[in-house]
Design a protein around this ligand. Sequence first.
Ligand SMILES: [Fe+2]
Length: 199
Amino acid sequence: MNWKTEYDQIKTGDSVTWTDFIYKCIEEVAYPPRKNCLYDTFEDLRTTDFVTAPASTHYHHAYKCGLIKHTCETIALAFSIRKACEANVDYTELLTCSLLHDYGKVGKYKENSEYRSTDSTGYPFKYISRDAELSDQLRSVIYVTQMIPDISEKEIFAILYHDGLYPDENIISKNKETPLQLMIHWADMWSARMDQYGW
Ligand SMILES: [Fe+2]
């Protein structure tokens, strides 16, 4: 897979482009049980608002289908980083973590009907109130463990701490970084900043 070409296509693509890209990535998984699990997981995701939701209320990818676009960018950038670093990071683990790192944002946003881009009344999306406010990262990990029985501790760590040291509570991950976690973090941040600031 040429990840630079894929990334360029993702940047200018649409929901069909992004869905096809994810299927193509899953097809490359060598271990059949995990490949089947990822297919089932993506089929499950397609029944949710994963394919239509934004990735935030007003920060990055705060528009319809922003979450799946951001997810695809994170996948392509993570593999580009792996290639550039010549890092010994497993394909399946990198795909699993980049694909599912933001599951916690599923079912979280709704359009703000009072929003007017011309007079800044709030943000384009707002939060749906929930019974309990688990962190996005924890919601992602819970979902992953439900969908992928053989998920490893290394993968859980990468998803749980994919925001690096930004959240104060992640200080416990300091000096415990792993190549897998750092690649997800860098790719996630780059996708977010590129979208938000046009870097
Ligand atoms: Fe993300």
